[in-house]
Design a protein around this ligand. Structure first.
Ligand code: SAM
Ligand code: SF4
Length: 328
């Protein structure tokens, strides 16, 4: 699949549910409402659509949400899509998760070809962790991370940079990750959905956020590239690889290879745009073959770049959609 700008699209992110057992302050509002259950794709429909996308050249799938592991029967989906890695139809099946249910899922993930997971962890301090997630327990997440590691799954920690909240937590996080052999990625907040806070006040550029690391460690850019938008630093002598995801301070759309499927069956070609194609009704009426036609339409919608900066500054219409709908 190629878009209008010649970018090869081979990476699908599926938000399998918009629900979550956490309420992270930058992701959701306190009184979040979720999609009615009767509007969701069934797990069977999700797999059928994903398989059709694979037929069109998708090589990598990431399951996300909401929290992907809160959706009932996820083990079936992991098993079915994990088989595609075995047959060589997919290069990778992976997840972004808050880690809280990994104790229960890690062995199943490992058994079905999930080799890496991204786990969100913004701070190690239990009180501040409970504050930012509105009530979750960091020990449960740390236990989940341990279970993943014990099952041979590589872990990357995602830390959202929040001004005046977790900058002081970066050094302990970097040391924890280095000690445990996890990669660490710092992510700038994106203005998605109303969360009842001023996005401008919480925003801090990744570069400013990591500056204090240099007081203690030698931080230098390295050439390492992944399929994603991160730029990498090496933090020595910790031996830590630190990724920076900088949608606002350093646009990364030039090489974007992604498309996204929401749990109610919409294809979004960009996290930061409202344009989408609705698959659910058409697939239910005409069968999964209709995906071919709709994918062609969706590819034409992929914009050159997101507009998060304009949205943050109020010069572009804000996105009503919260992060949990399209998945990070
Ligand atoms: N629940 C899972 C988790 O937290 O990893 C998966 C879904 S979550 C929406 C995916 C990623 O998006 C997480 O790393 C989270 O920290 C990040 N995220 C959520 N809201 C965000 C925002 N407004 N700006 C930047 N990152 C955000
Ligand atoms: Fe849930 Fe992930 Fe959003 Fe936190 S960031 S509320 S864990 S979906």
């Amino acid at each position: 699949m190629l878009d209008r700008f010649g970018r090869k699209i081979d990476y699908l992110r599926i938000s399998v549910t918009d629900r979550c057992n956490f309420r992270c302050q930058y992701c959701m509002s306190e009184k979040m409402t979720f999609m009615p259950k009767n509007e969701l794709l069934t797990l069977d429909e999700i797999c059928l659509i994903a398989e059709r996308f694979i037929g069109h050249g998708v090589r990598k799938i990431r399951l996300t949400g909401g929290e992907p592991l809160v959706r009932r029967d996820m083990k079936r989906v992991i098993q079915r899509l994990g088989r595609k890695v075995e047959t060589g139809d997919l290069d990778e099946l992976t997840l972004t998760t808050n880690g809280s249910l990994l104790g229960e899922y890690a062995d199943h993930l490992a058994a079905h070809n999930v080799r890496r997971v991204n786990i969100s962890l913004d701070i190690l301090d239990p009180v501040k962790f409970a504050e930012i997630t509105r009530g979750a327990k960091v020990d449960q997440v740390l236990a989940g991370i341990k279970a993943a590691k014990q099952n041979g799954i590589r872990v990357k920690i995602n830390m959202v940079a929040l001004r005046d909240f977790n900058q002081g937590a970066l050094i302990p996080m970097a040391e924890y990750c280095a000690e445990q052999g996890h990669d660490l990625t710092v992510i700038e907040t994106m203005p998605m959905g109303d969360v009842g806070a001023d996005r401008k006040l919480e925003h801090i550029s990744a570069q400013e956020f990591i500056a204090p690391l240099s007081d203690h460690y030698f931080v230098r850019p390295i050439e390492h590239r992944s399929a994603g938008p991160a730029r990498y630093m090496s933090v020595d002598p910790l031996g830590l690889r630190l990724g920076l995801i900088t949608p606002l301070s350093h646009n990364f759309c030039d090489n974007c290879n992604r498309l996204r499927l929401t749990t109610d069956g919409k294809i979004f070609m960009c996290l930061g745009h409202n344009a989408h194609v609705d698959l659910r009704a058409v697939v239910r009426n005409e069968g999964v073959g209709a995906v071919d036609r709709l994918l062609e339409k969706a590819l034409k919608l992929k914009p050159l770049r997101h507009e998060f900066n304009d949205q943050l500054n109020g010069s572009a219409e804000t996105l009503e959609r919260h992060m949990n709908v399209t998945g990070g």
